[in-house]
Design a protein around this ligand. Sequence first.
Ligand SMILES: Nc1nc2c(ncn2[C@@H]2O[C@H](COP(=O)(O)OP(=O)(O)OP(=O)(O)O)[C@@H](O)[C@H]2O)c(=O)[nH]1
Ligand SMILES: [Mg+2]
Length: 460
Amino acid sequence: MFFEDTIAAIATPPGKGGIGIVRISGERALEIGKKIFVFPEGKKTDFKNRYLHYGWAIDEDNILIDEVLFSYMQAPHSYTAEDVVEVHCHGGIIPLTKILKTIISKGARLAQPGEFTKRAFINGRIDLVQAEAVMDLINAESDRLARISLSQIEGGLSVRIRDMRGRLLNLMARIEVTIDYPEEDIDEMITKDIKNEVDDIVKSIQHLLKTAKQGKLIRQGVKAVIIGRTNVGKSSLLNALTKEDRAIVTEIPGTTRDTIEDMINIRGIPVRIVDTAGIRETIDKIEKIGIERSKENIITADLLITVLDASEELTSEDLEVLTYIKDKKAIVILNKTDKPNLLTEKYVKEKLGFDVPVAHTSLTLGQGIEIVEDMIYNMFFEGDIRIGDDIMITNLRHQEALMGAENSLMGVVDGLNKQMPPDIIAIDIRDALDSLGAITGESVTDDLIDKIFSEFCLGK
Ligand SMILES: Nc1nc2c(ncn2[C@@H]2O[C@H](COP(=O)(O)OP(=O)(O)OP(=O)(O)O)[C@@H](O)[C@H]2O)c(=O)[nH]1
Ligand SMILES: [Mg+2]
């Protein structure tokens, strides 16, 4: 595809910064760029591909706007695979908007959100997975998501999808040969071959789908809610995990009346940690509302961290709190180990009637916090997914497309088992091809492409 117009936008975020960049892409990028740029007097006057040129940006009346660096990247070796010019000026709103305005007045059009990346995709420099990963990397707030996104930009996931598509295309070719002779059924040997190959591809898809659950957690983070009766050390735990004096801690029961939230990062995983008002019977109106909020948070939690005071007997309130963790992912913390302890892990588990990870802490002495962090991490990231595997599904659209492909391939196996005619089998293979192609962008509608790129930020 070929774009007729040349687009421009400010590529750096709004606000003040050391530098700001205006980007131009398209056939006329250099021609337009030249019109707003002058070399210092007496200096050379040609533009070299992939060099930074020092000079000045000027407006329509030839009045200086700013001191700038000007770069020119000739097609196809640029972000969009078109001719690209970048003007690096001082990062202030006035020079940036003046430069952009002048560029527009010289014939460029203001770019839509994501339009540069969309061009990179339509010009075939990157596929849809890579384009979406660019946005994920920009939006990533955790190390882990950034790494996975980067691996997708490098093409790790695309290669796997393309490999599966290639194999399905081969199968398609083999089946199509038989369609030409409709009187014949698919040969038994070929049937077996196809089944094996399809089985293998289904396994690869299932492996990717397994990563999607964790991918979602990595993308959205985990919501961990600290619960317990009053005065057991919930706010002390929040402070220990955030390494800040986030919540007020006193010896007065009922200190925390509202929920307090903070984001922490446990080994690259974003965790939203919520401290709640201690659960007890109260006539205090404000505290009552706080306790209601505690209970609402229990419902939406991905993980409940139940704190008990190990130096005291279990109270009826503790027992009430323990009932909340029955059908949830939970860990129990026996706090105040610096005092003489009355509660043991064994006793608590007996009371609970099921197994749960238990950590021992003394939050005043700062003991046991790392163990709690390990437990939180392990609750979500242990098992059959290799830690550090960067090829993961973090995008719901990809997940749904994979599920679609899996479904169609199941249909292929089913059809073969039932000795369906080859043209019926071919329909399911074609569907699976389309589903996989939707991930990389080989088979997507223009509407979907527009929708995906419209969610990008301006100037990207
Ligand atoms: N000895 C000892 N005291 C602790 C420990 N952890 C917390 N405390 C004390 O227990 C009291 C209550 O701590 P908080 O963290 O405010 O307890 P909470 O569960 O948030 O209490 P509410 O907000 O009232 O529900 C404070 O006086 C803390 O200093 C511990 O490990 N050992
Ligand atoms: Mg508290």
